[in-house]
Design a protein around this ligand. Structure first.
Ligand code: ADP
Length: 617
């Protein structure tokens, strides 16, 4: 391969995705060309779901007759308006990232119509959300809130209990309530995406940065609720939130932090977005990765804009890996490293180009065979990274003179690894992935990170993301488990390590063809064994897909499941009728607990071959 990589010209016959002006979840105009190219690439390999349409729809909430359900829906329409309650009875469409469904998990692992809503409701205000919650209590119908519903790889917009009513908060509650330039903070409703917030900051010419994940289509509030991460120094999204407003499962309204104290003359408290903890127990944490409340407003700190310099460092040998981790640890603890850097395996230099596996490995483009190491080596040796094994992506921030000093320290530290090489953006061609990292690591949300989904046709992904200490020997154990099991189940391994000073997130992506029952079964089997084997060594996931929530929650079982018993006590006190997102994060309300809803062992795989993920009731 020589010269810049060229993709095929875009096929413009695909419908143009909506813009941000047209829809809260739309594409910013500056990214429309990228979006159309991405859509064409992804949709050109899309296949119909297999199996599709097994269940009668709309699927009913558990224990509710169709007659009672219809009556309850008519009542809800009467309260909210006919247009704001939609039955989920049309064919399910997976779409693609920028045109995602709010009816089911677009990256279904079990049948497409297993994890589905019975209906979707669109509240326009906090009182509407309270009305829905009270309605759910009256009819004992489970409800499931989403902000944007793009939670890709973790369940998307799907409810854990089939037949739940999904509350799509984002469609009508998408105001940027406030951006306070002096305090460098904002207050948002659920439907504000990273794209929207970024465009607004630019439009107002504010000297502020947002912090976004790899893709910008998610809700700032929703991502923080699920404890997602980004790549500037403000990358801990929940850690950077300040103040929440929450509808509790009984319909009452709560403000946390300084927001609990009224401001003068009925205004919001003036320090609501300035101080996180206020007085008394800190309650915010129980509303993230839980099912204890519906967050309708949330404050966030924003980073003052600054100079920045992204770079990559390549390392030649596979075995360098633990040593790299041990060098990162003190650099991160001393805050020489500006952000949480990523350490990736060289296979990703191929996948992030957006070219399929078939392109690199003709005849082997599916998950039938893993791409051999020598094929990766052959191609990498002709790319800017060269014939290496690991690639480190980092960014430094602040005054340019300080950045220069930091880069010298970093270069010197990594020179302990023979053959390491630092590359700056000007050292690589314009289409290289490093330029996308420059943007994401300075708070400019892009679409480029979708490129690797083109690796196999009709791809969906599932993420295994355990946490371990930042230590070479732990990194080796985790990597050893992951590498062994990926080989056993026959998937290409794309490791990304987000390495902080004391802990690291090992993110392993499982890419599978959504129409292949065999690949889905293997993906689920791999995930199940990864969770179990990592837990034996004390490594637990920081976040997981809905279907694996029970298994992951079960690994946090110290003291005879003390933590889960505590969560269940809270759940039963806050949500006595068990209506809010039952089963989310493995927390089941009394009404469902111990009645066969928990998914353990190989039940996900069994569900793929005709078994059910719901108990017979
Ligand atoms: P994304 O920002 O990726 O589109 P989602 O809106 O899908 O994220 O939210 C991710 C998950 O977080 C949801 O499945 C839901 O369980 C939870 N969640 C999202 N928004 C809220 C909210 N406003 N209140 C409570 N939980 C929420």
């Amino acid at each position: 391969m020589s010269g810049p990589l060229q993709h095929k010209p875009t096929d413009f016959s695909f419908a143009v995705p909506p813009t941000l002006e047209q829809k809260h979840s739309g594409v910013p105009s500056r990214l429309m060309t990228d979006a159309r190219e991405m859509k064409q690439k992804l949709m050109s390999t899309a296949k119909p779901a297999n199996p599709s349409g097994v269940h009668e729809r709309p699927r009913l909430p558990p224990g509710i007759s169709r007659e009672d359900f219809n009556r309850a829906i008519a009542e809800l329409k009467g309260s909210l308006g006919e247009n704001y309650v939609e039955l989920n009875d049309k064919p399910l469409v997976d779409g693609w990232y920028m045109e995602h469904p709010n009816t089911h998990d677009a990256f279904h692992i079990v049948g497409q119509d297993e994890l589905v809503a019975s209906a979707v409701v669109y509240p326009g205000s906090t009182p509407d959300v309270q009305t829905i919650v009270r309605w759910a209590n009256k009819h004992e119908i489970p409800i499931y809130p989403i902000s944007m519903g793009r939670n890709v790889g973790y369940g998307g917009a799907a409810p854990r209990v089939p037949g739940s009513v999904v509350i799509d908060l984002g469609r009508r509650m998408n105001k940027i309530v406030n951006i306070d330039a002096e305090n460098a903070s904002c207050l948002l409703q659920p439907g504000v995406s990273y794209y929207r917030l970024y465009e607004e900051v630019k439009k107002r010419k504010l000297p502020l940065w947002i912090d976004c994940p790899d893709l910008g289509g998610g809700s700032v509030l929703g991502n923080a609720c699920d404890r997602g991460v980004g790549y500037t120094p403000y990358g801990d999204h929940f850690g950077m939130h300040c103040g929440m407003e929450i509808v509790l499962p009984t319909g009452e309204l709560l403000r946390t932090g300084m927001g609990a104290m009224p401001g003068p003359n009925g205004a919001d408290n003036p320090t609501w977005q300035s101080f996180q903890n206020a007085y008394g127990p800190t309650s915010d944490g129980i509303f993230s990765q839980s099912n204890f409340g519906i967050v309708v407003q949330m404050g966030f700190w924003m980073m003052p804009e600054t100079s920045h310099q992204s770079y990559m460092i390549t390392f030649p040998r596979e075995d360098d890996f633990p040593k790299i981790v041990d060098i990162i640890r003190p650099l991160a603890q001393q805050r020489v490293l500006g952000n949480v850097p990523q350490l990736r395996h060289v296979i990703q230099e191929l996948s992030v180009t957006g070219f399929s596996k078939e392109h690199w490995f003709p005849g082997g483009g599916t998950n039938e065979r893993r791409i051999p190491r020598d094929v990766i080596r052959k191609h990498a040796s002709k790319m800017p990274c060269g014939d290496c094994s690991w690639v480190f992506y980092g960014t430094q921030y602040g005054d340019p003179a300080a950045i220069k000093t930091q880069l010298d320290i970093i270069k010197k530290a990594f020179s302990a690894i023979p053959g390491s090489r630092m590359l700056l953006p000007e050292d690589v061609p314009p289409e290289h992935y490093l330029h996308a990292r420059v943007k994401v690591c300075s708070g400019e949300p892009v679409l480029r990170e979708l490129d690797w989904l083109n690796w196999v046709p009709n791809a969906a992904h599932l993420d295994f993301s355990p946490i371990s200490p930042t230590r070479g020997r732990d990194a080796e154990i985790v990597h050893g488990i992951v590498a062994k099991l990926y080989k056993k189940w026959g998937f290409d391994l794309f490791p990304t390590l987000c390495v902080a000073g004391r802990e690291m997130h090992y993110i392993a992506n499982i890419l599978y063809d959504r129409a292949s029952l065999d690949e889905k079964r293997r993906a689920a089997g791999l995930m199940r064994e990864l969770i179990a084997e990592a837990a034996k060594e004390g490594y637990g996931e920081y976040r997981t897909h809905l279907l694996f929530a029970d298994q992951v929650a079960g690994t946090y079982n110290w003291g005879n499941n003390a933590l889960m018993r505590f969560n269940e006590t809270l759940k039963d006190a806050l949500d006595p009728n068990g209506i809010l997102a039952p089963g989310r994060n493995g927390i089941w309300p009394k009404r469902f607990r111990g009645k066969g809803w928990e998914i353990m062992g190989d039940e996900v795989e069994k569900a793929q071959s005709g078994g059910a993920i719901t108990p017979k009731i």
